[in-house]
Design a binder for this molecule. Structure first.
Ligand SMILES: [Zn+2]
Length: 319
């Protein structure tokens, strides 16, 4: 009889322990659930973002932006912009605004336009070109050089390599060395490259530009020439390259020399700076003759990715 009573007691205690354990477990679970529902992760998932998207948004965006996303419908644009290869986080708001206004454009077109400033008018916000970047400095219709910028390592180009009198054509030393290597290599394919224009000081560009402007007005001048300070020729890193048998801006693109340069220039550190169909990115119509020295490593990267220098600069240098 005594034994039985003890057994019963044990059972009761056991049952109580189990009940308490369940209560604690259940309570904790309910509390954890409650806590989780307060998190931004839960709230983003509730809006409709997938697990991966939620993770990405939480990792990349600040609290304010997350708050905004939680309080609105799922924003497909954000997700699509994040997937773009040349996506730059600090440009996100601009991408979103531009896409809203220009819905027909693809996400990748919007990314390109914003990255290279094309949503702003030329010559309006004067950024100083960062000359300390040396061979990877950017000079275009948004980035200008000061009137007194002149490279200190200019050398004279020989008349074997350029038209005009000796002493007229100058370029930075490393650029000339690279050009000479390229010239020798082209010669092996029976192509004799010739430089038509090289370093141009601010004052020269000013004269050229003002000449057009005085004769035909600013709109015309802007189409034909860069404004002083905005010409890549002032960097001492740009060359206009033709060949002995063709020096025409109209037909050079049909020449063997052009084809050879297109396939080989990057091996010597040069890139075609204003390629065909990229006017809206570079700000210049196709120039089959204008090459820019950026060094071998950069030239190879730009060549392989098939992008313009402006795009490269925005994504790989300025970002
Ligand atoms: Zn040029």
């Amino acid at each position: 009889m005594k034994k039985r009573k003890v057994k019963k007691k044990v059972w009761v205690v056991l049952a109580l322990i189990i009940i308490v354990a369940f209560l604690i477990y259940g309570g904790k679970k309910a509390y954890d659930d409650y806590k989780y529902k307060q998190t931004n992760e839960y709230k983003l998932l509730e809006v409709g973002y997938s697990n991966t998207e939620t993770k990405l948004l939480l990792e990349k965006l600040d609290k304010k932006k997350i708050e905004e996303l939680i309080n609105s419908e799922k924003n497909e644009d954000i997700i699509n912009f994040f997937k773009e290869k040349y996506f730059i986080l600090k440009n996100l708001e601009e991408y979103l605004a531009y896409k809203k206004e220009n819905n027909a454009l693809s996400y990748s077109e919007v990314v390109t336009i914003i990255n290279v400033n094309r949503n702003n008018d030329y010559y309006k916000d004067d950024h100083e070109a960062n000359t300390s970047l040396n061979y990877s400095m950017l000079v275009n219709k948004y980035y200008k050089l000061s009137a007194d910028y002149e490279p200190d390592d200019l050398v004279t180009i020989k008349t074997d390599h350029s038209w005009g009198a000796y002493g007229e054509n100058k370029i930075r030393k490393d650029v000339y060395d690279a050009f000479k290597d390229m010239w020798t290599s082209a010669k092996e394919s029976n192509i004799q490259l010739m430089i038509n224009s090289s370093y141009r000081p601010y004052s020269d560009q000013e004269r050229v530009y003002n000449n057009y402007k005085d004769k035909n007005g600013e709109t015309f001048a802007d189409k034909i020439a860069a404004r002083p300070g905005y010409s890549e020729h002032q960097t001492g890193l740009a060359l206009d390259i033709f060949c002995t048998t063709n020096s025409s801006t109209k037909t050079f693109a049909d020449s063997e020399a052009y084809t050879w340069l297109l396939a080989n220039a990057h091996k010597f550190g040069f890139i075609l700076r204003y390629p065909e169909d990229k006017e809206n990115i570079t700000g210049y119509a196709f120039e089959s003759w204008h090459y820019r020295y950026v060094g071998k490593e950069l030239a190879a990267k730009i060549y392989n990715e098939g992008i313009t220098f402006d795009e490269y600069y925005a994504y790989y240098i300025e970002k």
